[in-house]
Design a protein around this ligand. Structure first.
Ligand code: SAM
Length: 252
């Protein structure tokens, strides 16, 4: 098992003992890095709500929600219709089994394409989102929708985490991200979190350019042994790359 931790004791206990027993698709490597960022935000006083679009049975949602600061809540959005009608029940019982008190989170059974940012803001009692994981339908249309859905309600120092970027099974989806960067030049790719496996694929971490300083150096120093030293070439800037087993091609 890869030796990686978020530095948040409750999240780390869950990651070590239970994460892979909750059915789901996100890697423990990515969950530890995201848990670290959620902890970092709490330390910096970046307060707000934690949101996941596409909770499935709660594997990643639980890791996020264990990082809630006092007074915050988590919101899990899913159609809850796949692979069967029992999915929301399994999500709720997994949350209960892993210590997420019922009053600390909301479960919203809805298709993300049928809600607006205004409705989302109301659901969050007009509190900003400080961390959101987008992991719903892997199509350009749904990802573009979800990015535009969350951006107006994002905390100015908030982080958007995108699942299954550069996944061999969804080669076109990445174009929705680059179109988003063109529409929203204030947003930057903070970090590429590389895959553990084809079923635990890479994630992108995105934030406003002027929030980069809060996270970039901290991520690098916390996870230096996972740093791919060539980083990611975004043409006008370089973004951090963290990978479970960093190495370079041997050419000499
Ligand atoms: C890949 S699974 C999520 C895995 C989970 N985040 C994890 O890390 O274990 C995708 C989920 O997104 C949900 N979903 C797909 N399209 C959706 C949409 N437009 N709105 C809400 N949920 C959606 C599906 O029902 C499914 O539960």
């Amino acid at each position: 098992m890869l030796d990686i931790a978020s530095g948040h004791p409750t999240i780390d206990l869950y990651l070590a003992r239970s994460y892979e027993r909750v059915r789901g698709m996100s890697s423990r490597f990515a969950a530890a890095i995201c848990g670290h960022l959620i902890r970092r935000q709490s330390e910096l006083g970046v307060g707000g709500e934690l949101v996941e679009i596409g909770t499935f049975e709660g594997r990643f949602f639980i890791a996020m929600a264990l990082g809630l600061a006092p007074g915050e809540t988590a919101l899990g959005i899913d159609r809850f219709d796949w692979p069967d009608a029992g999915i929301e029940g399994r999500f709720l019982s997994n949350c209960a089994a892993h210590g997420i008190a019922r009053e600390r989170f909301l479960s919203w059974k809805v298709d993300s394409r049928e809600i607006t940012s205004t409705k989302l803001g109301e659901k969050l009692h007009e509190r900003p989102i400080r961390f959101v994981h987008i992991d719903s339908h892997h199509s350009r249309e749904c990802l573009a929708n979800d990015l535009e859905l969350v951006t107006p309600v994002l905390h100015r120092d908030g982080i958007i985490c995108l699942d299954d970027m550069l996944h061999p099974g969804y080669p076109l989806v990445i174009s929705a991200v680059f179109e988003y960067f063109e529409r929203r030049p204030e947003m930057r790719l903070l970090c590429v979190v590389d895959r553990e496996d084809i079923v635990a694929a890479p994630k992108f971490l995105i934030c406003r350019g002027d929030a980069l300083a809060l996270y970039e150096h901290d991520l690098l120093s916390a996870f230096s042994r996972f740093h791919f030293s060539l980083n990611a070439d975004m043409e006008t800037y370089m973004a951090l790359v963290l990978t479970p087993r960093p190495r370079l091609a041997e050419v000499g």
